[in-house]
Design a protein around this ligand. Structure first.
Ligand code: HEM
Length: 412
């Protein structure tokens, strides 16, 4: 359904009567995997508790884990480059996916890092199988047929369920013995949940263990693939626009030199932020946002009946000439030089993390991780596109370069 700017804003504001609906591939990821489709208020946990998980204060504690993961990737790249005498060609896509997976495994599951990694691998296999399914003919009841793919999906779901359950059980035991600190998202989520239950003195308060499992699985899925793709496009665009790569590196040198990036410095990066915003505009990892209207609603002079599926095409909004001007298709981070509000003229035209009451709760986490990674890459390497790179953005759960991101790295 196409709609005017004011009406689009209205849709995004719909808090009371709108749920996030599933779209295509996403819904088929099995109801338990894509908990994204559930309302936060369905979770029986207050929004405050949920958001506390991602408060800036809490996220700061994640910085050492993010730094450790980036250092690991830098060491691997340095090794590859030195083996080839100072420069080497690499498809950076799997490396950046691995980085984002490591970050989420360490920050979400901390001490249970190994289990976290296995869960991630399984979730990726699942996404790929579901994507394959989405490309074939669909008919009612298809997912119940005992086909090879369906059996594999079921087996993966079971294994993930058992692994996550095991991690949660261990953590709950540690909490009872007073041994689990606030060092990772899982501990904070379980503690917030326990507080809810105690405060309401009601066994129906708080999230069920199944909900906690779903949240963990969701965290993996949405937290990894999206941030990885932001970094992949960042390396591609900075290769295509070496002047912006130089400007970003100059800023990084000015703020950090060759030192370890710290929180305050990261927050003061202006050029790097402008670049990331422009990449999120041109290549938003999530290209579509969904809502279902749960009660008849007036939108401008339109009546939206109950049960209507509404899609907000993030990608098209971000490329719209009327909203962004004649150069809407061009990479021009300068448009964000005075911040997002100025660039958008306060319209709801920049939606990489969604908008309104259902906005992505991991946005600060993702930006911190992306900045940390980009700063370290710029400190260690200059890079350019390989002649074998073909520019083919395509949608596969997220927006990604279909043939990978082949880049030549040079050690600085
Ligand atoms: C560049 C990275 C990311 C992008 C582009 C992105 C984008 C989005 C979008 C478009 C939505 C839907 C918002 C809406 O419907 O209004 C969403 C929801 C969500 N995101 Fe992200 N996301 C990113 C990273 C993350 C990370 C790192 C996490 C967690 C660690 C995360 C957790 C979530 C959760 C839990 C939801 C559902 C919130 C709810 O149920 O209300 N995201 N994200």
């Amino acid at each position: 359904m196409a709609m005017a700017e004011e009406e689009e804003k209205e849709v995004l504001r719909l808090p009371a009567n709108a749920r996030r609906s599933g779209g295509g591939t996403a819904t088929q990821l099995d109801s338990s995997t894509l908990h994204l489709l559930k309302r936060r208020d369905d979770l029986n946990i207050s929004l405050e508790s949920f958001l506390a998980l991602f408060s800036l204060c809490f996220i700061q504690h994640m910085l050492p884990a993010m730094h450790a993961c980036c250092t690991e990737m830098m060491s691997k790249w340095e090794e590859l480059v030195s083996e080839k005498g100072g420069s080497c060609e690499l498809d950076v896509s799997p490396h950046l996916q691995n980085l984002a997976a490591n970050v989420i495994a360490r920050t979400a599951f901390g001490s249970s890092y190994e289990e976290g990694r296995r869960i991630f691998e399984l979730q990726m296999q699942l996404a790929s199988l579901v994507f394959r399914l989405s490309q074939s003919m669909s008919f009612p009841g298809r997912r119940f047929l005992p086909t090879k793919i369906n059996k594999r999906i079921k087996a993966i779901n079971n294994e993930v369920q058992i692994l996550v359950r095991g991690v949660i059980d261990e953590r709950e035991k540690a909490m009872k013995l007073g041994g689990a600190g606030d060092e990772d998202l899982l501990s904070v989520l379980l503690k917030a949940n326990l507080r809810e239950i105690n405060e309401h003195a009601n066994k129906n308060a708080g999230m069920s263990i199944d909900d906690v499992i779903k949240e963990c699985k969701l965290m993996y899925f949405v937290g990894q693939e999206t941030t990885a793709q932001l970094l992949v496009w960042a390396m591609i665009m900075l290769s295509l626009h070496p002047n912006w790569q130089t400007r970003a590196r100059e800023e990084v040198q000015q703020v950090f030199g060759n030192n370890k990036p710290e929180y305050n410095g990261i927050n003061h990066l202006k050029i790097v932020t402008m670049i990331l915003n422009e990449i999120l505009r041109l290549y938003p990892p999530a290209i579509m946002m969904y809502r279902v209207n749960h009660k008849e609603t007036m939108l401008g002079d339109m009546v939206i009946p109950c049960g209507t599926n509404i899609m907000v095409p993030i990608l098209f909004v971000h490329h719209d000439r009327d909203l962004w001007g004649e150069d809407s298709e061009e990479f021009n981070p300068e448009r964000f030089s005075e911040g997002v509000a100025k660039a958008t003229n306060k319209q709801a035209s920049f939606l990489p993390f969604g908008w309104g009451p259902r906005i992505c709760i991991g946005n600060n986490f993702a930006m911190l991780e992306a900045k940390m990674a980009l700063v370290m890459i710029l400190q260690h390497f200059s890079f350019e596109l390989s002649p074998s790179y073909i520019h083919t953005p395509s949608f596969r759960v997220t927006l990604q370069p279909q043939n990978g991101a082949h880049i030549i790295l040079h050690k600085i």
